[in-house]
Design a protein around this ligand. Structure first.
Ligand SMILES: Cc1ncc(COP(=O)(O)O)c(C=O)c1O
Length: 572
């Protein structure tokens, strides 16, 4: 297109909440040699339709076009003199009777800012309302644009302040226009294209010659605006979630399994998307690691050893004197619903957590827990995590496993620091996990699993005095006996593990994992031994056959399965 032709100007709409640095962004775009700008052309229409009072209302309505559709046709989509036209809009000004041409034509971008920053500033001008803040309108504009296949880049005002150049470069890239360094600076004072309201609203902005640096200390937040903050935040957070994905910034680390990006998680008494799955800062698990947990695995539509896991969870809760504990039926119901909602029937690991619940104020005493327990069902696509075909390596940690003298390992609690310290030692030695000894130097377990050895055909595993009496451990002990092998449960020293013929670890997270090296010593011949192989196949057979079935898997199409899922019943 030829500059100055007076036609086919390329339109860039900015949709924003108030006090979000939209005027600074307007000034920034106005510095470009290929850009003309419009300052809120839809404002008069908004005042006319809503009747909102402003000191400049009459002046605005008398001097500017206030018929929304005429504004869109003649001003926003009117002929231009430059290649691009940047049109600043407040989301609230997108009132219902406007033509959908507004969304269909041109490019769009969205500017957001945390309501905790906006509300106090807005309040100084006039008392803010939810409608005028425009968060809900901004979400619906965003959704509509996505439906039109034009998902707009979203930028956050806070990022414009922190890193103006990086944010503008990213925005220009997303809009398909070259970045111009001129966008970073402008002259102070009023501008010819300012709206009529500028003397009332732009006093501070007029003092600036670039994006204002973030203030070091935030302003106090007035308690009178607390409700509005609570109403606006979910909308802001929804949009903020998409800032990261727009490519302008990427704070999100890569997930080990992208299939887990769209998880649905049970928290409290509802199922919510992964990003909304949060618990209170007053919850006991945050305050004191005061929670119990289980790891469970789903095989072929069945939950392995569900009854045993629920028994251990509720016994642990009883040992810790939790009150208002959900019934086993309620926990099962939450697990089944979560699995069905996620369509998870296999290759799934469930992290089940029961906390003592939320406290009325921070503090240690369980007497502050007046809300009842918090239940979390986190189901993820997660096959066994260890290298079970080739085997894993272990090192011995200096951190000792805690004894029943201080924190009884028979309680499956969330105070995992003892194990985490050992795991750090394992990580530092590039091992898969770390062996933990008891106070006398006998092997207890690893930081995450129970452990077995084979010497001259006899199988041995440590007493469950220091280690967790694992459900996989009990299952494998049973299989050892069923396979006609000799089983000993006894004190086992580290050198017995160093010189064993075979070693394996067991746990729900990794099933049965052959160990090929301990503290630099090769176990047996360094491969997977015959007893390990035998038990692994017996274990595989068992998981395929048994378990609590939670959904009827017949040869139904997935859609039919979903229809039925509401009615499906648990059976053995
Ligand atoms: C320290 C520890 N040992 C062993 C296990 C294995 O227990 P299970 O077989 O019941 O999964 C776990 C799992 O929670 C654990 O945390």
């Amino acid at each position: 297109m030829v500059e100055g032709k007076g036609e086919d100007v390329e339109l860039i709409h900015l949709w924003s909440t108030p006090m979000s640095l939209s005027t600074s962004l307007l000034y920034s775009f106005a510095q470009r040699d290929d850009m003309e700008v419009l300052d809120e052309p839809l404002y008069p229409n908004f005042l006319r339709v809503t009747g909102v009072e402003r000191p400049y209302r009459e002046e605005l309505l008398s001097k500017m076009e206030s018929d929304g559709n005429k504004i869109v046709k003649e001003i926003i989509h009117g002929p231009g003199q430059k290649k691009y036209r940047f049109c600043k809009n407040m989301a609230s000004q997108r009132v219902p009777d406007l033509t959908d041409e507004l969304m269909r034509k041109g490019k769009h971008c969205v500017l957001i800012r945390n309501p905790i920053d906006i509300l106090p500033s807005f309040d100084k001008v006039s008392p803010p309302s939810f409608m005028e803040m425009g968060y809900a309108s901004l979400v619906s504009i965003y959704s509509e644009l996505c439906e039109l296949g034009k998902s707009p880049p979203i930028i956050d005002g806070a990022l414009l302040q922190e890193d103006p150049e990086g944010t503008l470069r990213g925005l220009c890239e997303d809009l398909g226009i070259p970045f111009q360094a001129a966008m970073l600076k402008w002259e102070a004072g009023p501008k010819a294209f300012d709206g009529i309201w500028a003397p009332y609203c732009y006093k501070t902005t007029h003092k600036l010659t670039g994006f204002k640096s973030p203030s070091k200390y935030p302003a106090p937040f007035p308690p009178t605006l607390y409700n509005l903050l609570e109403q606006s935040l979910p909308f802001y957070n929804m949009l903020k979630h998409h800032v990261n994905r727009s490519g302008i910034i990427s704070l999100q680390p890569k997930l080990p399994d992208p299939a887990n990006e769209k998880l649905l998680v049970w928290v409290g008494n509802e199922i919510v998307p992964r990003e909304s799955a949060k618990i209170s800062v007053l919850d006991s698990v945050v305050q004191g690691g005061d929670a119990v947990w289980e790891g469970l695995r789903v095989y072929n539509g069945k939950i392995f050893k569900l009854g045993e896991h629920l028994d251990r969870l509720l016994d642990s809760a009883k040992a810790l004197a939790f009150s208002n504990v959900p019934t086993p039926e309620q926990v099962k119901d939450a697990i089944f619903k979560t699995l069905l909602r996620n369509g998870m029937f296999d290759d799934t690991h469930i992290r089940l957590t029961l906390t003592r619940g939320k406290k009325v104020t921070s503090g240690m005493s369980p007497s502050l827990n007046l809300y009842g327990c918090t239940l979390i069902v986190l189901a993820e696509w997660k096959p066994p995590i260890y290298e079970n075909e080739k085997g894993i390596t272990l090192v011995t940690a200096t951190t000792r496993r805690n004894s029943p003298n201080n924190l009884d390992s028979k309680i499956h609690h969330n105070n995992l620091l003892n194990n985490i310290l050992a795991k750090i030692e394992g990580n530092n030695a590039s091992a898969d996990d770390a062996i933990m000894l008891d106070k006398d130097g006998y092997v207890s377990e690893t930081n995450a699993t129970n452990i077995f050895l084979v010497k001259k055909g006899r199988v041995a595993t440590p007493h469950a005095d220091y280690c967790l009496p694992g459900i996989t451990r009990a299952t494998v002990m049973d299989l050892v006996t069923k396979e006609g092998l000799v089983l000993q449960e006894r004190n086992i020293s580290l050198s017995e593990f160093h010189t064993a013929d075979e070693v394996w670890t067991v746990g729900t997270i990794g099933e049965l994992s052959p160990v090929v090296k301990i503290d630099g010593r090769t176990v047996g011949d360094g491969g997977v031994g015959p007893v390990t192989r035998r038990l692994r196949s017996a274990f595989e057979k068992l998981t395929a056959e048994s378990g609590r079935r939670f959904v009827v898997i017949v040869l139904l199409s997935y859609s039919l399965l979903l229809k039925l899922s509401a009615n499906c019943a648990e059976f053995d």
